[in-house]
Design a protein around this ligand. Structure first.
Ligand SMILES: *Cc1c(COP(=O)(O)O)cnc(C)c1O
Length: 471
């Protein structure tokens, strides 16, 4: 399998070459040159597999430069009951008739990003050892992504993490999750500033090419193909749990931000998994809902980007969206480049409403969308708790609200549960008048010793800190 850029660059690369890279050289995103097709017989064979075995089968279609035995061992090490809390790894639970939640958030940081990041940690360690190289991951986080990266990379050989976060601005629970890690290769840097300062620092360091090369600086952002590929697996796993034969279709609703999660659903559907609809659920930051309703993709400025009670979906643009648009436009790299490079840069928007391709988003690719706001979230959390005794988080609530608007008789609807309520306790209290339950392994973490370096928002000082801690 070779990988191509969404902007038409002539390079063709193999999986392990793009594993440690970010964007393609032309600024595009990597995609496989074709989607491998999974036929009826294969689906039947896969139905009985454990999650780790299923992951190996799916990944094998995309990875041909890691020996099969090694890839199998990596999957077996990653998707364990010990790490994800159940042998199913992503168990379904039923709500009313035909509606299910698929639990993707029982990993180490209680959010679905663990599903991909845990695999990435093991893939990075494997590939770096094979090359005899090291990598220093530099990132900025306001919560979820940083902790998922740290829990994936902790203790891994050849990898260090330098994670900046705005000092004192994460919730006590999030701070405790990250700062209680005592692993030598994990470095928490609390920057005296806001999240944007952290992002600016990461950008400035990455733009210093000499420093970047000398200290082997890399990232783990959401546009990494390996993360998307890992997410394809749980669409298959959800499908097998909700159906008893391959003649049945299901739909998925996905709480969306950067379009990574639902893009994995698009890949699964393109491989032949019998998915009817892919429902994109957004919060007040409705960039994606607007596109699927109108054909207009309009990037928001920071004044137009709302801070909501489902903060992991607070995006101004959707960084993985280009992958889907590339497919929608018949994989025309020139056209994709014109939209994402030229038009977005000059006008901050593009409009496909008059392009026949836009109709295909719904007709051929099954995409529909909806939006949920704070009041919907509260009502959905309360209703789900009262009727089913099930406590859900704010992002999952956005998904569930939108899923109910798209239900179709006879087609099971699976809503992806992207985080556990304990991570967003304040809103749960607002909705239910009671605090969320806390998994036993997180009892008392706020009292654990913290390992964090507080530094001013100063690029030179952060660079010096990195240099001192790379040896
Ligand atoms: C990251 C995240 C999302 C959004 O996922 P995308 O892949 O960016 O669309 C939704 N919910 C939670 C809890 C998240 O952490």
């Amino acid at each position: 399998m070779l990988y191509i850029s969404t902007r038409g660059h002539a390079d063709r690369k193999r999986f392990c070459e793009i594993l440690l890279e970010g964007l393609a050289p032309d600024g595009g995103l990597y995609l496989p040159e074709r989607y491998p097709q999974v036929d009826e017989a294969t689906l039947t064979a896969w139905r009985g597999l454990s999650y780790a075995e299923l992951a190996f089968e799916v990944l094998s279609l995309y990875v041909d430069d890691i020996p099969a035995a090694d890839l199998k061992a990596i999957c077996a090490r990653t998707y364990t009951e010990e790490v994800f809390g159940s042998w199913e790894i992503v168990p379904l639970r039923a709500l009313e008739n035909g509606l299910y939640l698929e639990a993707l958030s029982n990993g180490p940081t209680l959010a679905f990003k663990d599903m991909a990041m845990q695999l990435l940690g093991n893939l990075f360690e494997y590939e770096l050892a094979r090359r005899g190289e090291e990598l220093n991951i530099l990132g900025a986080t306001s919560g979820d992504t940083g902790s998922a990266a740290e829990y994936a990379m902790r203790g891994k050989k050849g990898v260090r993490v330098f994670m900046t976060s705005p000092n004192g601005r994460m919730s006590p629970f999030q701070q405790a999750q990250m700062f209680s890690l005592q692993d030598d290769n994990i470095h928490n840097i609390a920057v005296e500033g806001v999240f944007d300062d952290c992002q600016d620092i990461v950008k400035a360091v990455s733009n210093d090419l000499a420093f970047k090369r000398q200290y082997k600086i890399g990232t783990v952002n959401s546009i990494n193909w390996a993360r998307l590929m890992a997410q394809v697996v749980y669409y298959f796993a959800g499908y097998f749990q909700a159906t008893s034969s391959n003649s049945e279709k299901v739909s998925f609703t996905v709480p969306s931000g950067n379009f990574g999660n639902v893009c994995a659903g698009h890949v699964a559907r393109s491989m032949g998994l019998p998915i009817d609809k892919l429902v994109v659920a957004t919060n007040e930051n409705d960039v994606l809902d607007e596109f699927f309703r109108t054909g207009v993709y309009r990037v928001r400025g920071s004044a137009d980007t709302h801070e909501t009670s489902s903060p992991s979906m607070d995006i101004s643009k959707a960084s993985n969206f280009e992958r889907f648009v590339f497919d929608l436009l018949g994989r025309d790299g020139d056209k994709t480049r014109a939209l994402f490079h030229d038009q977005l840069a000059s006008q901050g928007r593009f409009d496909l409403s008059a392009d026949p391709a836009f109709q295909m988003a719904a007709q051929r690719y099954g995409f529909v969308s909806g939006k949920s706001i704070h009041a919907d979230r509260l009502a959905t959390i309360k209703d789900t708790f009262q009727r089913f005794g099930s406590m859900i988080d704010t992002h999952t609530a956005d998904g569930l609200k939108v899923a109910r608007e798209q239900l179709q008789a006879g087609v099971p609807m699976i809503v992806l549960e992207t985080a556990l309520p304990i991570k967003f306790a304040e809103t749960i209290v607002e909705a239910l008048g009671q605090a969320p339950t806390r998994p036993a392994k997180f009892e008392g973490i706020e009292a654990l010793p913290k390992r964090v370096k507080v530094l001013p928002a100063d690029v030179a000082l952060i660079k010096r800190y990195i240099a001192e801690n790379v040896h």
